[in-house]
Design a protein around this ligand. Sequence first.
Ligand code: NIG
Ligand code: FE
Length: 420
Amino acid sequence: MRRLILNAGQLLTMTGPDRPRCGREMSSLGMIRDGAVLVEDGTILAAGLRELVLKHEAASSARIVDAGGRVVLPGFIDSHSHPVFAGPRLDDFEGRIKGATYSELAERGGGILSTVNGVRGASEKRLADDLAALSQRFVECGTTTLEVKSGYGLDLETELKMLRAVRSAAAHVPLEMVPTFIGAHAVPPELVGRRDEYVRRVCEEMIPRVASESLARFADVFCEKGYFTVEDSGRVFEAAAKAGLGMKIHAEQLSHSGGAALAVKGKASSADHLDCIEQADVEALAAGGTVACLVPGSNYFLGKPYPPARRLIDGGAAVALATDFNPGTCPCWDMRMILSIACTQMKMTPAEALLAVTVNGAHALGLGKTHGSLEPGKKADILCYDARDYREIPYFFGSTGALWVMKNGVIVHHREDIEL
Ligand code: NIG
Ligand code: FE
């Protein structure tokens, strides 16, 4: 099916070099006034100035989508989330309000391990149904691609169950899902005190099995005091590379442990969180190809200082922004809220923030060649916000989601008060 999007008051094409955009490059949105996009069978045929797009031979036979002078941009790419779980953690939420810390809650039987108990007891079908239902919330806010982590199983069967649930949910919903295996999310209760043995199982049993069933594209590890060391993380990276999986790492979230440096050395696609980075990490990230994926929704929810986006960008690193949607530290699926936090609390400009949730999000998932910008040959994942100036997107917060969202050339969501 052919579609022609016309009257984009501001078309943010995000065109630029074919790699993560770093430092000052993050300010360049490739904006075109009175832009148009021509789409066929899920792929962009042309995008740019209306007169040029209309010259394309396929333009005359396409069905028109009138953007009415509003902002049109690539669908958001949320490159870090943990959305497969079996219920919210409301006791943790209330306990934290009353003063308990993340680690104290974990010691009291809350935290990641309480979600592990829930997921171990849930059927694959229930996990898949819940994820499919949840995916609609992401799409309404403009997310067209979502990275989805396992990591609440912590044993082979439950991790496989989670990843199979992701596969079956993804087959039924318009939201594209990129699965990541994070067996090394916590040491399971049955192996407390035997972390080494668990890392061995992750590397020798779980990663090869996950890869052989093509259940994940990445392996991730929570590199943090009380969870996994840099050495453990290096072992996970080696096993991932051997199995043909890409690499990601939760690094420097609660303390500085050296995970960011390892990510750059191991050529990981992204190093995520990075709250406690040091100057040498900024320099290493700027010099290497690893995207710094910041997830400030978790800082907001936990009431903690925000990750140092300005230091990273001013130091020449490539920054992506993601929700980190999960039941413990960030029950927020709305990328617009993340944009708001990034601008108001972390002093990213609206342009930098929007680039971070599109092009750099795509690169954090190894999808830079096909996703994240509006250019001929790329996926027709496009969204329209009810805004005349792109800065309105992070400016208004706590408001309604996208006006319409196109995934693979098909309008998969539109607000009830508009007709398309
Ligand atoms: O990204 N840091 C580790 N993982 C998650 C939290 C998961 C949980 O608390 O359930 C995070 O914040
Ligand atoms: Fe996370």
